[in-house]
Each structure stands twice: as C-alpha cells, then as structure tokens.
Design a protein around this ligand. Structure first.
Ligand SMILES: Nc1nc2c(c(=O)[nH]1)N[C@H]1C(S)=C(S)[C@@H](COP(=O)(O)OP(=O)(O)OC[C@H]3O[C@@H](n4cnc5c(=O)[nH]c(N)nc54)[C@H](O)[C@@H]3O)O[C@H]1N2
Ligand SMILES: Nc1nc2c(c(=O)[nH]1)N[C@H]1C(S)=C(S)[C@@H](COP(=O)(O)OP(=O)(O)OC[C@H]3O[C@@H](n4cnc5c(=O)[nH]c(N)nc54)[C@H](O)[C@@H]3O)O[C@H]1N2
Ligand code: SF4
Ligand SMILES: [Mo]
Length: 646
C-alpha cells in the first residue's frame, strides 16, 4: 500500500517548494514537487530531487554521541543521559561564569519557523550570547531597511507585467529555479531580460542581453546609469516628493563622468545607456541578487539599485521594483519578547570573536543547524575557536567538519521527519511542514528544546500544534495551511503601489555617498567567487565532491590543460583545485563551488578572510583575491600574463 503526504521543503532556498512524498511500507520511495503549488508547479531542483539519498544515508546520525575531550573517540549515549549531562554542564557554567559564557549559534540548515523555540529556550535560560550580523544577506538587508524602512517585494507573478527585468547578480536557474518559469512567461508577454553578472551561467544564457562588469563594479555602473537618467531629464516627476534625499543623490551621481564610472565598472558606456533606457521604459523590475552584495561595497551596490528603481518611479508600479527579498517572516510572529542578549558575536568574524571574547570568556558553544567550519570564512580560525572551548554541542543530521569539533553531537530529524512551518523568501507562499515518516533515533530541534528547557528550569509549553497556531498570523487559519500552501495575505500584490515606502515619513532614503571600490592586491589579482552550485545546498551535498574542487578559470590565466591540478592561493592559505577552462569568464574571476568539505581540502572558506560588508555586518565572501600556481609555473597574473618556470 502506498500513501502520499504533502509537506514543504525547509532548505535555505528562496522557493519553499511544496513536496509530495510517497510512502510504501514505512519507507519514502518517491519525492516530487507539488503540482498544485502555484510556484512549485510539480518540479524540484536537482539537489532536493535526490534528497532521499540524504534521508537514507548510512552516515545519518541516529544516537547522541559524547566524548569528554576531543582526543577521545565518541561513545553513544541515550537521549536522557545526553541531555542530563549537557544540562548539568550548562547550569554549572551559568552559575560559575554567568550565561554570557554560553554562545548559542543557529544558522540556516533549515528555515523551519519553530526552530526559534531553541533560541527562546536559551534566551530564557540566560539570556546567553548570540550572533549578530548575517553571513548570507546582512548588507542587502540593511540596505533595504535604510532605503525603504522594510524588506519585501511585490508579488512574484507581477514580473509578468514588466517590460524589462534586470537580473542583477542573481543566478535564478541555480538558486531559485522556480522563478524561471515566471521569467519565461514574462518574456512570452514581451518582457526583455537583462543579466548583469561577471560569470556566465544558464541565467545569463537565457537573457536577451548580458553585461559583465568587474566584480563590485556594479556600484560605479549604477551611478553611471543614474547620471544618464538625471542628465537626460528621465527621472519620474514625483521623484523629489517620494525620495527624501534627491539632491544628495544627484550630487553623488554627478560627481564623476559617465565615462569614468563605466571605466571603473569595466564596461562600455553603451551598457550604462542600455540600462538607463530600460529603466526609463518601464515598468522595469530589478531582481537584486545576493552575489554582488557579498562585498566590501555590497550594501552600497544594493542601495544604488534601490535608488534607480525609486527615482525612475518603477518602485511604485506594477511590474516594477527593486526585489531583493520576500519577507518570509511577515506572516509569523514569535509570541514572546525575549530579553536582549548580554553579548553578541559578529557572524562573519565568528572565529576571531569567539577567541577574543572576554569578561566572561565563552566556555560553551551550542550550534543548531549550522556548519560554521565550512560556511564561515577563515575555517581554521573557526576550528581553533571551537576546539579551544570547554564544551561544544552540535545538533545536526549528519557528521560534518563542525561535528568534528564537538564534544556532544545530537542527531536531528530531516525535513521529511520535521513538524514545522516555513515562509518563502522568493515568493509570498507559506507552507506547513509535517512529518512524512518518524525520525529513527533522531529528534527534531523543537523536541530538543522541550527536553532541554525542562532540565534547565525554563517554562515551555510542549505542544507543537499550539505553537504553530501562536506563530501564525490569525489571518491564516492553521487548518488552511495544513490543507496546502497559502499565499500570505499580509503583502499586497504591488508593494509600494500607493507611492509610499515604510520609512517614518513614507519617503525613500537615497544613497548619497559611495565607498571606493577596493583595489586588487597585485599579488592576488584574481577574484575568488565561491558560489552556489546545483549539486549542494550550502554544505549539504547529495554526494560529496570527489577529489580536488573544480575551479573555473579563463584559459588565458591558466595555460595548463583543462582538468590539470593547480594550486589556488590567497593571502591566508592554499588549496589544490582541478582547472576547468571557461572562455566566457572575465579573466580576473575564478569560480569554485561554495560549501566544499574542509577535511576534504575543498573548502573555499579555508582561504577566504573573515571580513564584513560596508553595512549590515554581512560576509564579504567574494572579495578574496587569489592567484593560481600551476605545475612548473611560479606566477600567472591577469593583465600581461607572465609565466616563469622553476
Ligand atoms: N543550488 C543551490 N541553490 C541555493 C543555494 C545553494 O547552496 N545551492 N543557496 C541558497 C542560499 S543560502 C541563498 S542566500 C540563495 C541566494 O543565492 P546565491 O546562490 O547566494 O546567490 P545568487 O543571487 O544566485 O547570486 C549569485 C550570482 O552573483 C554573481 N556575482 C558575484 N559577485 C558579483 C558582482 O560583483 N557583481 C555581479 N553583478 N554579480 C556578482 C555570481 O557570479 C552568481 O552568478 O540561494 C539559495 N539557493
Ligand atoms: N565562501 C562562501 N561561504 C558562504 C557562502 C558562499 O556563497 N560562499 N554562502 C553563505 C550563505 S548564503 C549561507 S546562508 C551560509 C549557510 O551556512 P549554514 O547554514 O551553516 O549551511 P548549511 O550547509 O545549509 O547547513 C548547516 C547544517 O545544518 C544541518 N541541518 C539541516 N537541517 C537541519 C535541521 O533541521 N536541524 C539541524 N539542527 N540541523 C540541520 C545540515 O546538515 C548542515 O550540516 O553560508 C554562507 N557561507
Ligand atoms: S528549489 Fe529550493 S525549495 Fe524547491 S525543492 Fe529545491 S531547495 Fe527546496
Ligand atoms: Mo544564504
């Protein structure tokens, strides 16, 4: 007998797909996209299409594992014993050093809303030290909050009303594949797609036009576009009333010539003219990606794009806008107000900050749904920080480079065993997460929170459905969500259709100052892009990469055969990689997958310095300069390729 269950994908992905899982004799035999979900439309991405490999991986953690010191081997413990032991240690650390000596770090392994119950438990026990900033989107979040007072987007399907869609630093085919059918529909209705990305991919291949600026040159390009629009009298008549800082923005865009700016962006002036024409010929939506925001001028780039949407009036029109994020939490409210943490650790500088924390030092780190060794920059510093703590607890589905630094590992349920809710951040749909099969030995994060709270003396009701009801906006009955995905009724179809944004006076704040583009270090002339791949969800691979990680390079900077091994070196370290020639790349960019294993020698963050973005304490992850060292070759520069043999 087979049955079909409906649930929702909880991965850190904009789409939040509806899933249909077929169960035969207690085992999931098939996973499909829900054909009734208007965004999912019955198809899954490659990595989740193969999720049953993870679900039934022989390496799945099934029992808590404990070791008193990192030199010892793990021994299995029962859940009761593991939680008694860890609660006793947390209570002792709190009594001796105060709760700030405990750091709870939660990341994006799953976007289930109820995972906040783990935070709540630690906040009530402490409050303890938590993270601040955001490795993923800090700069863009802060940019949109500054400009608009909020972060959200018009309905995904309003893209069908656009005349032009500027896909700016966003690889939708890989990172949010369910936007692709909507883009195709928009195009069938006459919209033109333009991609702005230094790297060729299926999204740039799909576009009607593709521009390839220098990494981070987007800021100069956007300012050039702004100047062209201003000087040709093509700003919206309402720009001065709807934007608070129009004069300041005009001074900024007019501070340098269009030719100068385009030279800085390394594009012909015709590129700026093309983009200006499209913005003036709206409705035009800018799909603002995450790529160019992970830079030391990343916040300013997003602000410059927001400004273009605002001054041209596109921001306020159906089919127009500056769409960076869909507010996935808008329909959920945590039904409590926790006391603020006594101290925070900046996420992108996690390792150094944990090592430096004093008064009190951090004695224990508890990690929920995160793999910071692989996913945060400067892996070795992160490892050093974790391995020098008295107690490290990691709650995960599978062993990782981070569980390698743990004293206690807690086995967690997968998304097909979880009981939760999610909101998408690439559309406005909400989904219920219900267990398709029971977890075999593992617990959900919420079960862990309940059991831990009991031991720590934290009052916490242990009723998951009650929490779902309390989290969810009263405008959506839980029963409706349980029956199938629901569009959040809290965001209108057109976000700022009444001409006002969410700042206190309703007017947009425009960018008025621009940070300089950071100069490349001549010793490390290539920009390392460690970006999403189809084959993994951050560090969660369907199957781990075999051998050295691939590195896409322009053939002119790698005069070695395709497939040859080479060393990629940054100021802090080196990795062996396998060269993959790509003549479509800019010669000053090399590309490797994000999320490669540290112990396997595939981890880009092993050679990426921990740096924050200009605003919002994001990670300037793609700002790392590297050079290639080829067999028999000492150095290869980008301009003037110069090869010295040893
Ligand atoms: N398959 C897969 N999908 C994923 C993920 C995954 O790991 N794998 N991760 C998910 C996560 S965590 C997130 S946050 C989202 C976001 O998705 P991400 O995958 O983080 O980002 P994208 O928005 O697709 O942007 C990446 C694009 O930006 C480009 N880029 C980089 N620097 C610059 C620049 O300076 N200028 C310009 N113009 N472009 C630049 C890159 O070349 C790349 O094509 O997607 C999610 N989707
Ligand atoms: N160099 C470089 N670094 C990057 C990026 C990049 O592009 N380049 N991207 C950045 C971005 S966008 C992000 S969002 C971060 C992601 O960083 P993380 O959130 O740390 O990455 P993930 O690999 O998605 O998830 C971490 C762990 O969560 C586990 N997990 C999955 N589901 C659950 C669950 O329900 N409960 C628990 N307890 N664990 C679970 C997974 O098995 C995995 O080991 O990395 C950032 N780091
Ligand atoms: S596209 Fe995103 S939401 Fe959809 S199945 Fe894949 S990971 Fe999950
Ligand atoms: Mo992310």
């Amino acid at each position: 007998m087979s049955t079909t269950h409906r649930t929702t994908c909880t991965r850190d992905c904009p789409d939040a797909c509806g899933l249909l899982a077929t169960v035969e004799e207690g085992r999931i035999t098939r996973l499909q996209g829900d054909p009734e979900h208007p965004v999912t439309r019955g198809f899954l991405c490659w990595r989740t299409g193969k999720y049953l490999q993870t679900q039934y991986a022989p390496e799945r953690l099934r029992t808590p594992l404990w070791r008193p010191t990192l030199e010892r081997a793990f021994t299995p413990l029962s859940w009761e014993d593991a939680l008694d032991l860890v609660a006793e240690k947390l209570l002792r650390i709190k009594a001796e050093s105060g709760p700030a000596a405990i750091f709870h770090y939660r990341s994006g392994g799953s976007l289930g809303m109820l995972k906040a119950l783990v935070d709540h438990t630690f906040a009530n026990f402490g409050p303890v030290t938590t993270k601040r900033g955001d490795i993923c989107s800090g700069a863009g979040d802060e940019a949109q909050l500054l400009d608009f007072g909020d972060q959200d987007s018009s309905d995904l399907f309003t893209l069908r009303d656009a005349k032009h869609i500027l896909i700016w630093g966003k690889n939708v085919h890989t990172s949010s594949p369910h936007t692709v059918p909507v883009l195709k529909e928009a195009r069938a209705r006459g919209a033109r797609l333009v991609a702005i990305d230094p790297v060729p991919n299926r999204t740039t291949a799909m576009a009607d036009a593709w521009h390839q600026p220098r990494p981070g040159g987007d800021l100069a390009l956007a300012l050039a576009v702004g100047r062209l629009l201003a000087d040709s009298g093509r700003l919206a008549p309402e720009a001065a009333s709807r934007c608070a800082d129009l004069d300041g923005w005009l001074r900024l865009v007019r501070a340098r010539s269009v030719a100068d700016r385009c030279a800085e962006a390394d594009v012909p002036v015709s590129v700026a003219e093309d983009l200006a024409d499209r913005l003036a010929d709206g409705p035009t939506t800018i799909l603002v990606g995450w790529g160019m925001m992970r830079r030391t001028n990343g916040g300013a780039i997003v602000r410059a794009l927001d400004a273009l949407a605002a001054v041209t009036g596109n921001l306020f029109r159906k089919g127009g806008g500056s769409s960076f994020y869909f507010k996935r939490r808008r329909a959920f409210a945590t039904p409590w107000v926790d006391a603020p943490p006594p101290r925070t650790i900046c996420e992108p500088t996690f390792g150094a900050d944990v090592l430096a924390a004093n008064d009190p030092p951090i004695r224990a780190v508890w990690i929920t749904a995160g793999n910071p060794v692989v996913m945060l920059p400067e892996s070795e510093t992160t490892i050093r920080a974790l391995r020098s703590r008295e107690l490290v607890v990691v709650a995960d589905i599978l062993p990782t480079d981070t569980t390698d630094c743990a004293h206690l590992v807690l086995p967690v349920a997968t998304m097909l065993e979880d009981d939760d809710m999610v909101g998408a951040y690439g559309n406005h749909w909400l989904g219920n997460v219900s267990p398709v099969v029971p977890p075999d030995g593992a617990w959900t994060d919420v079960q862990i929170a309940f059991a831990l709270a009991r031991r720590l003396g934290v009052p916490l009701d242990e009723d998951v459905r009650m929490w779902k009801r309390r989290f969810l906006t009263p405008k959506v009955p839980l029963e409706a969500l349980e029956a199938g995905a629901v569009r959040s009724p809290l965001t209108p179809e057109v976000l700022y259709g009444d001409g006002k944004v969410a700042t206190p006076d309703g007017r947009v704040r425009l960018l008025t100052e621009a940070p300089a583009l950071s100069a490349a270090d001549p010793a490390f002339p290539l920009s390392l892009f460690s970006i999403s791949t189809d084959f993994s969800q951050s560090s969660q691979w369907v199957e781990p990469m075999e051998g050295p990680a691939p590195l896409r390079v322009h053939p002119s900077v790698a005069p070695a055969p395709d497939g040859a091994l080479a060393t990629v070196r940054s100021a802090i370290g080196a990795l062996t990689v396998r060269l993959k020639h790509d003549a479509g790349l800019r010669p000053d960019v090399v590309v490797m997958p994000k999320g490669g294993g540290f112990a396997r020698g595939q981890c880009a963050n092993a050679i990426t310095r921990a740096r924050v973005t200009d605003i919002g304490e994001g990670g300037a992850l793609y700002e790392e300069g590297v050079r290639l060292e080829l067999p028999d070759v000492v150095s290869v520069a980008t301009e003037n390729v110069h090869v010295a043999t040893t």
